[in-house]
Design a protein around this ligand. Sequence first.
Ligand code: ADP
Ligand code: PHD
Length: 442
Amino acid sequence: MKVVKFGGSSVADAGQFKKVKQIIKNDKSRQIVVVSAAGKSDSEPIKVTDMLLDLEQVVASGDDADPLFKSISERIIKIRDDLKLPVKIENDLQNISQQLQHCSHDYLISRGEYLTAKLMAAFLGYYFVDAKDILIFDEQGLNYPQSQKRLLNVLASHTQLVVPGFYGANENGSVHLMPRGGSDISGSILSNLVDAELYENWTDVSGILMADPRIVAHSQKIDSLTYDELQELSYMGIGVFQEEAVRPVREKHIPTAILNTNQPEAGGTLVVSAHEEKKYDHIVTGIAGRKDCTVITIRKYQLNKHLEVLQKVLSVFQKFDLAINSVPSGNDGFSFLCQQCDITVHLPVIIEKLKQTCGVDSVEVNQNIALVAAVSLQLSKRPAIAGKILNYLDNSLIHVRFVFQEGSDLKIVFGVNNDDYEKTIKRIYRESMEHHLKRISA
Ligand SMILES: Nc1ncnc2c1ncn2[C@@H]1O[C@H](COP(=O)(O)OP(=O)(O)O)[C@@H](O)[C@H]1O
Ligand SMILES: N[C@@H](CC(=O)OP(=O)(O)O)C(=O)O
């Protein structure tokens, strides 16, 4: 049995729904279909999920929410009408509309997936299963035994399912929303629960490319990736596969393919536990990154003898519920990295607390920093690669503010100014490709 997930771009309109149907028809083992909310297409500039987020703001501000709710409804109804589906989706829309003023954030934002899945189930003739009836979350995260029991129960009487992605339920039955891009996680979890032979993640690119195609035109496709490499690339920000989606498939060694709904025949990327022996391996498997980071560096003379200082610093970050990455910086310093949007509001208070209550000698803040990571299994075997890339960036007049290697030596991260972000990715890509071509021709 295969589990297949179609991202927002694959279900953006009726035309995309038809492509999905063709893919499903071509392989009867594609039995569990997960869908995201209708996303962007040439004719639809905004994802339904983003429209729902806007709607939530409008409701909260007390403004008239009717026009926006009408736009969302019209988009869903248009897909239904274009496909001539006999589904009374108006009933679901009315139900949502009636709850608009008092429903939870998780419920409202998950409705894009719910409505899209209802339409997809009708279009494919598959059985619709509400994700909140099968994926149960408790304080530890997904409750695998309970969720598996529920899913197998459904599968006992229905063998072809459509499940909305991006959410499940809390133990009390209320909707539990996953992080953005969470339909990838739903598909991965469902694959784990049924021990799928393959998890197919259908999107609008023919696999994972060595670098973001919006930055490097005609970037090379990565034919094969390990779960570890994918985890690092996803963590660093390639949008195509959600970071938390790696673990469930990795746990059961379920091969995972990233494929293109618009070009199914083009092939894609296969994610597996280990690479087959390759003849010509790239020094860099993939490049990913993100902009807008803040780096806070604290210094304390003989920090290694004053670990209580680190403890206090960490408790400040914990108080503000910040997701941070920490890196030693020199003998007596530590740098903490986080996304600017997570910290901006609290930054002055945090700096004050670090200075006043933690016993540090100094606190330095650098904003508008971009992180660019080169990921490769080769890095641990060939540490000189880091120096080569650094040298190359230096020759390209890119000011590298810091470098660190982490993720079991799987990635080297370069900290550069936001303005140098695209240039850094392009340069690392070019260097890696030139190196690769030289090796092939040698
Ligand atoms: N390294 C990369 N390889 C492939 N796609 C990438 C990469 N980095 C960024 N992307 C972007 O990810 C997009 C696909 O992710 P997403 O928009 O979430 O798709 P979906 O709507 O299918 O969920 C692509 O259109 C591409 O622009
Ligand atoms: N619709 C949700 C969940 C998701 O996975 O979407 P997509 O598959 O379009 O990235 C989001 O926009 O975050």
